[in-house]
Design a binder for this molecule. Structure first.
Ligand code: MN
Ligand code: MN
Length: 457
């Protein structure tokens, strides 16, 4: 009879714990797609990865990278044959973005207008400490980096909820409308502008004027410059251990940076020359459907592979190379929440602490909007994981017709590769503070490394 096993029972606990310390450091530091690319690039360069476009000839064992607009990045290790082992994860996460003209004043408070990004439950984002990460681009082209709310002495931003005393009508709303999109606005200041001119005290919107003064003095930003900006609002929370046994990690953005981090570690820890070319991609825009020039639907991957093949000795058409390739969509699945078990079909659901999850298919309703891994491919993955005694479990997102979701798997499949979703289960996914099991995180690292290495020498 099939039974899931505890990942903890077959893993070296000390290694799991030290791996988790580095993982928590990463999550506390990296909260946007741009910050992810910077981190990946820094780590890859340390391990000898070079800019593909700077190299004219590639031979097996060469380590290359290509970055796209600071928001997506692909690492490659040239193999001996024109076929690929691809792992792709996404480095964007649900969040709140500022609108192009965000600042206004109401009731003596300077506020910021926002537009949420990805699938969030809006009520989770009120009255928690939030930080602003991103950049503002001036007309000169100069980029001004902004990070507010992370250091202990840096102010946080907040979406103010209604006090319960006056929330009778709000309480009658449906939970999904409890906080509406236009109610996700941030408190930005409450001090009126002041100078030596007494007449200015009669002006309107002095609080807005004062916050604009601060933006100008501290960052060199005018209100109009915010039109060409990407300012992302994320939880101002550090990654922490969760549970009295410290078995779990609680942090923002673990979907999907848990996969990005473990995939990166697996890629950087590879040694030697492989038969098939290693391709490790980290893409943006998954949370809104992978649309956009830095998402998995763009032809960035083909561009990278074409440039790579041009510079290597491979005489192969790209489409033939792709159809002969294997891929993992490294993304998370939902862990069973003991408070809401009814949304899962328990025999086919994923459980915290039982290892990395193999998700044969995602999608919704009649398996719409997703790719499905072939039985042969699942069989091969199962074999390589079991050969290395890596803890894994099968898992599906929820009960049939309960809802659904997708990953970048279908966009990898569109290129002709065999693909399956594989990643750790996450509790409270898409919330400001998601939960993973340290043992599952480490299992994912081992599984990605196994995928790259198995039968590949
Ligand atoms: Mn994801
Ligand atoms: Mn997601």
């Amino acid at each position: 009879m099939y039974e899931r096993k505890w990942a903890w029972d077959s893993l070296p606990r000390e290694e799991v714990n030290s791996f988790s310390e580095e993982y928590k450091g990463f999550l506390s530091e990296v909260k946007t797609e741009r910050e992810s690319v910077k981190y990946i690039l820094k780590m890859a360069k340390k391990e000898g990865f070079e800019n593909l476009e700077d190299l004219s000839k590639l031979s097996p064992g060469d380590r290359v990278y290509m970055e796209l607009r600071g928001k997506s990045i692909i690492l490659g290790i040239i193999g001996k044959e024109p076929r690929f082992r691809v792992i792709g994860s996404h480095i964007d996460a649900p969040r709140i973005d500022l609108k192009p003209l965000p600042v206004y004043e109401d009731s003596g408070i300077a506020m910021l207008k926002t537009h949420y990004y990805g699938g969030i439950k809006k009520y989770q984002w009120v009255n928690i400490p939030l930080a602003m990460h991103g950049l503002v681009v001036l007309k000169s082209g100069e980029k001004i980096e902004v990070k507010i709310g992370e250091e202990d002495d840096s102010p946080v931003l907040l979406v103010p909820d209604l006090l319960p005393h006056l929330a009778k009508k709000q309480g009658e709303r449906k939970l999904s409308d409890g906080i509406k999109g236009e109610e996700l606005r941030l408190i930005f200041g409450n001090m009126p502008y002041s100078d030596s001119n007494e007449k200015n005290k009669k002006e309107k919107d002095r609080v807005k004027k004062n916050v604009l003064r601060i933006l100008k003095e501290e960052y060199g930003i005018e209100e109009e410059d915010l039109i060409s900006a990407e300012l992302e609002i994320v939880p101002a929370l550090k990654a922490r251990d969760a549970g009295i046994d410290k078995s779990m990690v609680a942090a923002y953005g673990q979907d999907d940076r848990v996969c990005a981090f473990t995939q990166l570690k697996a890629t950087l820890d590879l040694n030697g020359v492989f038969k098939e070319t290693i391709v490790s991609c980290f893409v943006d825009r998954e949370e809104i459907g992978s649309d956009g020039d830095t998402g998995a639907k763009s032809n960035f991957l083909e561009y990278f592979l074409e440039e790579l093949m041009d510079r290597s000795a491979f005489e192969e058409k790209l489409n033939r190379a792709l159809i002969n390739s294997k891929a993992i969509s490294a993304d998370v699945n939902a862990a069973v929440n003991p408070l809401y078990k009814e949304v899962h079909e328990e025999q086919n659901a994923a459980y915290l602490g039982k290892g990395v999850v193999l998700t044969k298919y995602t999608g919704a309703r009649g398996k719409y909007l997703a790719s499905e891994a072939h039985a042969e491919y699942v069989g091969w993955i199962r074999k390589i994981l079991d050969e290395r005694k890596i803890p894994w479990q099968p898992g599906l997102l929820g009960k049939v017709d309960e809802g659904g979701g997708g990953t970048i798997a279908k966009y990898l499949a569109k290129r002709g590769m065999q693909v399956i979703d594989m990643g750790p289960p996450v509790l409270s996914m898409h919330s400001p503070y998601e939960i993973t099991s340290k043992a599952d995180v480490y299992s994912a690292y081992l599984a990605y490394k196994a995928f790259f290495e198995a039968e590949n020498k």
